[in-house]
Design a protein around this ligand. Structure first.
Ligand code: ACO
Ligand code: ZN
Length: 225
């Protein structure tokens, strides 16, 4: 018993508590066996999930110096749909969604940002909608509390009157180590230019469903531009 305690203390000092894996981004206590085991499991699942082998027929929406955006639609080959589903499951587990089914699978499109290293580092799921509720701005006095933006903490208010909209973004996700490189912005741009044939959707015509705090911060910045 004493020897075991000692081991934990020593290990704790060596690793100084939490470490972040530079490949998968998970933060865990390296001295803790359970945590390490959880990390190995997460690490493998993530790497397998985001691995992209390349397809004969892929629909490239936009190409960039650091990657490309491809889109999978419901009538695509099985292998493409299978990959889109695998990535969606990964995203759902990161977002804490449990068995949230797609509203309309036959019209759902999956946009994926593929890096030059052949990893799917971004995913966006879009579906047609008819209406959405606008997020209302908080009174200015409520914008910060003890210097911290309130957006991170509290629920926000929505208008009670629906407004017409065309495209609903039900999920948007970027790999943790690749955030703040405009990957999400470029995926939304790609949706706006390709969702409806022959026209570019305005930011009013797209809507984000039930955003997380990150999602809300992103969406409010994106929709202002
Ligand atoms: N905090 C504050 N501002 C932010 C944040 C944030 N976490 N994320 C984006 N922004 C703002 C910034 O102004 C940013 O520009 P800047 O980096 O020049 O300052 C601007 O939005 C554009 O951001 P992008 O780089 O395009 O966004 P990113 O690629 O980092 O992806 C996303 C944003 C998808 C929200 C990412 O943080 C993520 O995957 N988070 C975890 C999953 C999640 O919560 N997804 C949203 C769920 S809601 C839904 O799916 C409908
Ligand atoms: Zn890892």
């Amino acid at each position: 018993k004493v020897a075991e305690d000692q081991l934990v203390i020593d290990a704790g000092q060596r690793h100084f508590g939490a470490v972040a894996c530079t490949t998968c981004g998970m933060v865990y206590a390296a001295a803790n066996m359970e945590d390490e085991a959880q990390h190995v499991q997460y690490h493998q699942r993530l790497l397998e999930g985001i691995r992209y082998v390349g397809w004969k027929k892929e629909r490239v929406i936009t190409e960039f110096w650091d990657g490309k955006i491809i889109m999978v639609s419901p009538d695509d080959p099985k292998y493409a749909l299978k990959k889109a589903e695998e990535v969606r499951e990964l995203v759902d587990s990161e977002l804490g969604f449990q068995q949230v089914s797609l509203r309309c699978p036959s019209q759902t499109r999956t946009y994926m940002f593929v890096s030059n290293e052949k990893k799917i580092v971004g995913c966006l799921i879009a579906e047609p909608i008819r209406e959405a509720y606008r997020v209302l701005a908080e009174p200015p006095s409520l914008h910060s509390l003890h210097g911290e933006p309130l957006e991170r903490h509290r629920a926000w208010r929505c208008s009670t009157e629906p407004e017409p909209a065309i495209c609903g973004i039900s999920r948007i996700w970027v790999f943790a180590l690749m955030r703040r490189k405009a990957i999400a912005s470029r995926m939304v741009d790609a949706v706006r230019s390709s969702f409806m044939y022959g026209s570019v959707l305005t930011t009013e015509e797209i809507a984000f469903s039930d955003p997380t705090p990150d999602g809300k911060l992103f969406a409010s910045t994106y929709c202002k531009v």
